[in-house]
Ligand binder design. Structure first.
Ligand code: ADP
Ligand code: MG
Length: 264
């Protein structure tokens, strides 16, 4: 049983605070969806979790099975069992996918065995053409192909917890069905815990979320069941933006009545 625990996480970029106190716990087998408007801080959250350069942690704690992740370099976070499918996967000319996955498996202490066979099996599961497997990492892949490539890596590496940053963007309907089915399968088969950032209900019809969180202006302003996804489709984020602004005002004003209801 693995557990990613995020407590009071605050982080900024270029001197501006973007994440303003995130609390979130993801356990093995659970799917947490994070939805929110553009610029809310969703990618910042995934990048800070994985330790991407350029982000400054201002406070809070992130642990995976009790181990402090924020202290670790990115590769050690990955070796500890955290995986990030990037919103914009990076092209790495000169590095073959197979080499990267072999090194990653070795670093995790997992026997690497026949990595090519593992890759081929995963490619088939998600309808990813085998001819892409010999390409340098993500080079000359379309947006949708890159997302499938991320999913393939997830299947081969089998981390404890996966953060999926808009894994559905750029995927056609069939690819979306393949990808969401494979991720859902992994949650059931190997107990993968998932933090899925998405804008769309369609990802979440196959990859069933246990909890849906609404992230607005760097804060989780609501959490609920799958019904929250449908409600968001109807109302959009407007009601939550208002809430976030009221909350901002209440926090920013040192003379505000501390007992006032911030939502009135
Ligand atoms: P989301 O993924 O929810 O759309 P992001 O986390 O990408 O939002 O961005 C949140 C805010 O942080 C935006 O205003 C964005 O411009 C800013 N931001 C994120 N990453 C960087 C960066 N590396 N440099 C400068 N600004 C950034
Ligand atoms: Mg984003």
């Amino acid at each position: 049983m693995a557990q990613l625990t995020i407590t009071g996480l605050r982080a900024g970029v270029q001197g501006r605070e973007i994440l303003r106190g995130i609390d979130l716990t993801v356990r093995s087998g659970e799917v947490h969806a994070v939805m929110g408007p553009n610029g809310a801080g969703k990618s910042t959250l995934s990048n800070v979790l994985m330790g991407a350069p350029g982000y400054e942690v201002l406070g809070g704690l992130v642990t995976l099975d009790g181990e402090d992740l924020l202290e670790l370099p990115t590769w050690k976070r990955a070796a500890a069992g955290l995986f990030l499918a990037m919103q914009y996967p990076t092209e790495v000319p000169g590095v073959a996918l197979e080499t990267m996955l072999t090194e990653a498996l070795v670093a995790t202490g997992k026997a690497s065995g026949d990595v090519h066979a593992l890759m081929a099996a995963e490619a088939e599961r998600i309808g990813f053409d085998e001819r892409f497997l010999s390409r340098p990492l993500n080079v000359d892949l379309s947006g949708g192909e890159k997302k499938r490539n991320e999913t393939l890596q997830l299947g081969v590496l089998q981390p404890k917890i996966a953060v999926l940053d808009e894994i559905d963007s750029g995927l056609d309907v069939d690819a979306l069905a393949d990808v969401s089915r494979r991720v859902e399968e992994l949650t059931n088969q190997s107990g993968l815990g998932v933090l899925a950032i998405t804008h769309y209900q369609r990802l979440l019809t196959v990859l069933r979320p246990d909890v849906v969180h609404v992230l607005v202006q760097g804060r989780i302003v609501a959490s609920g069941g799958p019904e929250l996804v449908e409600q968001l489709e109807e109302t959009g984020y407007a009601p939550y933006l208002e809430e976030a602004e009221v909350l901002d005002g209440a926090l920013a004003d040192p003379f505000a009545d501390p007992f006032a209801d911030p939502f009135k």
